[in-house]
Design a protein around this ligand. Structure first.
Ligand code: ADP
Ligand code: MG
Length: 419
C-alpha cells in the first residue's frame, strides 16, 4: 500500500496539527480494512476517526447514526472542507426523488466519501439493492451502544444492522463507535455486529478535573442549591431534575432568589427551548434547570457545575450528564442529591414496562444505590464500573471527590443517606 502521511491529511482536511488520544491508531486500523471498535468519552473526537479514513480511501463510507440533526451537522462540516457538495450526503425519508437520484449519482461517480443514514432508512430494499453494487469503503456505526439493551439509548432497529450490512457486501469492514464504556454494552456490540476480533481502542474515562459529591436529599434541597449557585455566581451550570414539574418549580424558585435561570424540557415548544439553549450558550443566563432532554450535542466548554436534583437511573447517565461540566479542563463541580426514596420512585416508573426491561433497569439502579451509599472514592467506583482500574499512584484526580476528601465512617454515611 502506498505510504500515506496521516498528519498531512489531518492538516489538509481538518486544519489540526495533532491527533487527539487514540485517533491515529484507530485511523490506521480502519485504513488497513480491519474491523475496529472505538470506545472514547464524549468529546473525545470519534467522528474524525471515521471521517478522515473515509476522505482518504476510495469508495463511499456508510455512517449509521441515530440522530438526524447530528448527521446534518456533520455533513455540513464536511462539505465546508471540500470542493464538492456531493462529498457527503444524508440519505433519509425527507429526500425527494430528484435528490435521491443525485445522491446515487454522486456515489456511483465516486464523489461521495461519506454517506450518512439512519438505521431505519438503511433497511429499505431500494437502498440495499443500490448500495450492494457500489464501492463501499467501510461501514461505521456511531453511537453503537444503541444496539444494547444495557445501554442508555436502546434502539431495536440497530439490532438488524449486521444482516443488512451482509446484504450490501460480506467483506465490508465494520467500525463501531461509542462513548459507553460498560463491559456489558461492549460485549453486546461486538456480538451483535459479529466482529469478535475487532481491533479495540478504549480511551480512559477518567475526568480528573471533575469533583464528585453526593449530598443527602432533605427538605433543605432548594435552599442548599440556592446557596451553592449564589456562591458560584457568574458561573455556568446545569441542574438536572427528573420531572418537568420540578424543572418549572425549581427554575422559578431560583429566579425569585435573583438567580439567572431558565427551564428546559421537552414539554416546552421548540422556539422556547432553542431560545433558552442559546441564552445559556451566550451567557445571558447562568443556569439551565432541565430534564435529560437538555445536553445531547451541547458543546459549552466552560460549564462549571452540574447538579442532579434527582439521582439518575444509571451510573452511565450520571457519567454522561456530569461529563458536561469542565470540558475545557477547568473546574467542574458535580453534586447529586440522593435519597433512597427516589430509587423507589424510579423503580415504580418502570413497573409498566416489559419484564426484561424492568430487570435491566433494576440492576442498573442497584449500582446507583451502591455508588451513592458507598464510602469509597467516587472516581474509583465510576472507573471500575467502566472496567477501568484507577491507578492510585499516578492517577489524576485522586482526591477529587467527597469520600476521599472527607472520609466518613460507614455508620455516618448510612445515617446521612437515610435522612
Ligand atoms: P465525540 O463524537 O467523541 O463526542 P466529536 O467527534 O464530536 O467527539 O469531537 C469533539 C470535538 O473535538 C470536535 O469539536 C472536534 O472538532 C474536535 N477534535 C477532534 N479531533 C481533533 C484533533 N485531532 N485536534 C483538535 N480537535 C479535535
Ligand atoms: Mg460523536
Amino acid at each position: 500500500m502506498e505510504q500515506i502521511n496521516l498528519h498531512h491529511e489531518l492538516k489538509k482536511y481538518f486544519g489540526f496539527s495533532e491527533f487527539k488520544g487514540l485517533q491515529e491508531r484507530v485511523i490506521k486500523s480502519i485504513i488497513a480494512n480491519e474491523d475496529t471498535f472505538v470506545i472514547m468519552p464524549t468529546g473525545g473526537g470519534k467522528s474524525l476517526c471515521y471521517q478522515l479514513p473515509a476522505l482518504i480511501k476510495e469508495g463511499t463510507a456508510i455512517v449509521v447514526s441515530p440522530l438526524i440533526a447530528l448527521m446534518k451537522n456533520q455533513v455540513d462540516a464536511i462539505r465546508n472542507i471540500s470542493e464538492h457538495e456531493g462529498v457527503a450526503h444524508v440519505l433519509n425519508s425527507s429526500l425527494n426523488k430528484t435528490q435521491v437520484k443525485q445522491v446515487k449519482e454522486d456515489i456511483s461517480n465516486g464523489i461521495t466519501k461519506l454517506l450518512y443514514v439512519a438505521p431505519e432508512s438503511l433497511t429499505k430494499p431500494e437502498y440495499i439493492d443500490f448500495l450492494k453494487d457500489e464501492n463501499i469503503s467501510f461501514l461505521a456505526i456511531d453511537e453503537a451502544h444503541c444496539i444494547s439493551e444495557w445501554g442508555h439509548d436502546f434502539r431495536p432497529e440497530y439490532r438488524n444492522l449486521k444482516n443488512i450490512i451482509e446484504r450490501i457486501g460480506d467483506d465490508i469492514p465494520i467500525i463501531g463507535l461509542t462513548a459507553t464504556a460498560t463491559p456489558k454494552v461492549q460485549e453486546d456490540i461486538l456480538k451483535n455486529l459479529r466482529i469478535p476480533n475487532a481491533n479495540t481502542f478504549k480511551a480512559s474515562f477518567n475526568r480528573p478535573n471533575l469533583y464528585y459529591e453526593i449530598r443527602p436529599k432533605t427538605e433543605e434541597v432548594d435552599s442548599d442549591i440556592i446557596k451553592f449557585v449564589k456562591k458560584n455566581s457568574g458561573k455556568s451550570g446545569i441542574i438536572y431534575c427528573l420531572s418537568r414539574k420540578r424543572v418549572q418549580q425549581l427554575s422559578q424558585t431560583l429566579q425569585v432568589n435573583g438567580i439567572k435561570a431558565v427551564p428546559y424540557h421537552a414539554g416546552l415548544d421548540a422556539k422556547t427551548r432553542s431560545k433558552h439553549q442559546d441564552m445559556f450558550l451566550m451567557e445571558d443566563i447562568d443556569v439551565v434547570v432541565a430534564t435529560i432532554a437538555f445536553g445531547m450535542g451541547i458543546d459549552k466548554p466552560d460549564v462549571r457545575f452540574v447538579i442532579h436534583n434527582d439521582i439518575p437511573k444509571s451510573i452511565e447517565s450520571y457519567y454522561q450528564e456530569t461529563g458536561r461540566a469542565g470540558r475545557d479542563g477547568g473546574e467542574g463541580h458535580c453534586i447529586a442529591y440522593y435519597n433512597h426514596k427516589d430509587i423507589e420512585k424510579l423503580e415504580k416508573f418502570m413497573s409498566g414496562k416489559p419484564i426484561a426491561e424492568q430487570e435491566i433497569g433494576h440492576a442498573l439502579l442497584q449500582d446507583v444505590v451502591a455508588f451513592a451509599e458507598s464510602s469509597i472514592s467516587r472516581r474509583k467506583y465510576i472507573l471500575h464500573y467502566f472496567g477501568e482500574e484507577f491507578d492510585t499512584e499516578t492517577g489524576e484526580g485522586g482526591d477529587m471527590d467527597d469520600n476521599v476528601r472527607y472520609p466518613k465512617t460507614k455508620k455516618e454515611a448510612k445515617e446521612d443517606v437515610q435522612l
